[in-house]
Design a protein. Structure first.
Length: 94
């Protein structure tokens, strides 16, 4: 009878261990899938952030270019006016 009880306890322990092992496998699989999903979401977010940064940089460069062109045009105008005034001053009798 003692042997039968030991075999019964051993069988129950084996079944419990198998169930526990399956639960561990399932939990590990779920955790790995969750980590993979989180990583994919983070990669998407990072890609979107890079795209937005590139777009914003392009806009800033366009704005800076427009401002530089306007400043160059103004400087050209001012230089032309200064040269014209200098020419007029040189034509005045002393």
């Amino acid at each position: 009878m003692k042997s039968f009880t030991q075999i019964l306890i051993l069988g129950a322990a084996t079944l419990a261990l198998a169930a526990c092992s399956q639960n561990t496998k399932d939990a590990t699989s779920d955790a790995a899938q969750s980590a993979a999903d989180d990583t994919a979401n983070n990669v998407d977010k990072a890609g979107n952030a890079v795209d937005k940064a590139a777009e914003d940089t392009g806009k800033a460069i366009d704005t800076a270019g427009d401002k530089a062109a306007a400043a160059a045009a103004e400087a050209k105008q001012n230089t032309g006016e200064a040269v014209e005034k200098a020419g007029q001053d040189m034509q005045k009798p002393s």
